[in-house]
Design a protein around this ligand. Structure first.
Ligand SMILES: NC(=O)c1ccc[n+]([C@@H]2O[C@H](COP(=O)([O-])OP(=O)(O)OC[C@H]3O[C@@H](n4cnc5c(N)ncnc54)[C@H](O)[C@@H]3O)[C@@H](O)[C@H]2O)c1
Ligand SMILES: [Zn+2]
Length: 381
């Protein structure tokens, strides 16, 4: 869709706001179709004067940069665009250094603001750069992918990848606000939209049975970007994430429930060399296969697994475990950081809307692999 239609063809809807309660670091998530058009005004309301660093990537820039710069300038604010190379491969310290170089060159000060206009890659790097430039400057998330709108922009985890591990370097650093314009999803490649649906489905499974039922009813409208449905889904997802994060900002027990689907998901991503799957696709498989494992352990019933499988398929995601050996998958699961004393800590659905956290032993995992594949785990290359 051409840029001007994204901005002009839809009347602005009433905003939804979701509070993120983190004591003195509390902030609001605002969800409103057409919000991007008001970027300048919103920055002015935040007290931004002078310069603002607008960090984005080339794909997002192509659709939204020119117009965003215009709305910002209209309010007497000087935007400094920082346009990065798109994709996970550029989520490095080197790229963060590029951001810092621009800030230093333009003499950004302690009170200067950054805006992250883009997906999770832009958001994670902008947040990290904001957390270390002059020991911390404010930033605002304006997420433009479904993953970023329902997940990465909320919670204050920032950082970059290292060649020895994904997200190995980073900080907890909360944004001043999260401003979401669901209309930006219209330009998102279908594969990326579908990947984001895995995280959305996850929220239903871990916390809200009626939201899960809503997703079952509206999946096809959601995939067609029906604005009211998308806004509702983004809002409820943000509420669930915000509630979990507020209860447990620095990732101990409660926050672990957000990892549902990610124990197997992360392992598959790693085994695929971060090329075979985009993150949400691996999580989609994880949602189903971890439910299968829960069922195998007697934690949930078969209909729960089939419900999850069905919605994952309806979303356009795969539910199939690739044919790696159980040993390789286990090793990759152990390597992931959510591990305690050599056991893997998993998140297991009891029913839709309720999960439990618990360890799984290697022999149980291998037994399940061999049963679910109908032969010895060693037989699979
Ligand atoms: N901080 C957290 O809590 C957290 C949570 C989940 C994921 N993440 C991180 O987020 C990253 C993944 O984020 P992502 O899925 O948003 O990927 P991404 O940022 O790479 O975006 C996906 C692709 O879509 C393009 N794009 C973005 N918005 C667009 C739009 N509106 N129209 C057209 N193209 C658009 C991007 O240029 C990119 O090519 C990973 O690095 C992951 O580690 C972080
Ligand atoms: Zn995820």
């Amino acid at each position: 869709m051409p840029l001007h239609s994204v901005f002009l063809d839809n009347t602005m809807t009433q905003p939804f706001t979701v509070p993120v309660s983190l004591a003195e670091r509390s902030y609001e998530i605002v969800i409103q179709t057409g919000l991007l058009e008001k970027l300048g005004r919103k920055l002015q309301e935040q007290g931004v004067r002078g310069k603002v660093g607008l960090v984005t990537d080339r794909h997002v820039a192509r659709h939204y940069l020119k117009r965003s710069l215009e709305t910002v300038k209209r309010y007497g604010i000087e935007p400094i665009p920082i346009v990065l190379t798109p994709g996970e491969r550029s989520k490095t310290l080197k790229t963060v250094e590029q951001i810092l170089n621009v800030l230093a060159r333009h003499r950004f000060e302690r009170s200067s603001m950054l805006v992250a206009l883009g997906g999770g890659v832009v958001g994670d790097m902008t947040g990290f750069a904001a957390s270390i430039y002059q020991r911390g400057i404010p930033y605002i998330q304006v997420p433009t992918t479904l993953v970023a709108q329902v997940d990465s922009s909320v919670g204050g985890k920032t950082g970059v990848d290292h060649r020895l591990g994904k997200n190995l370097i980073g900080s907890f650093y909360q944004p001043r606000a999260v401003w979401i314009d669901p209309l930006t999803l219209r330009t998102l490649p279908t594969r990326e939209l579908i990947a984001g649906l895995a995280e959305v489905i996850k929220y239903g499974i871990i916390a809200d049975e009626s939201f899960f039922a809503y997703l079952q009813r509206h999946m096809s409208a959601l995939r067609k970007h029906a604005p009211a449905i998308v806004s509702t889904v983004v809002k409820r997802s943000c509420e669930i994430k915000a509630e979990v994060v507020a209860a447990d900002e620095r990732e101990s027990d409660r926050r672990r429930i957000l990892n549902y689907g990610h124990t197997i998901g992360h392992a598959l991503e790693a085994l695929g060399g971060y090329k075979s799957f985009v993150h949400g696709e691996a999580v989609g498989v994880g949602l189903v296969q971890e439910a299968e494992l829960a069922c195998f352990q007697g934690i949930c019933s078969r209909p729960v697994v089939e419900n999850i499988r069905h919605i994952v398929q309806e979303a356009g995601l795969s539910d199939r475990m690739p044919p790696w050996t159980s040993q390789r998958i286990w090793k990759a699961m152990l390597h992931d950081k959510k591990v305690s004393e050599g056991r893997v800590i998993g998140v297991w659905p009891e029913r839709i809307g309720q999960v439990q956290i618990g360890p799984i032993e290697k022999h149980v995992f291998e037994q399940w692999c061999s049963v679910s594949r109908g032969s010895s785990p060693r037989a699979h290359a």
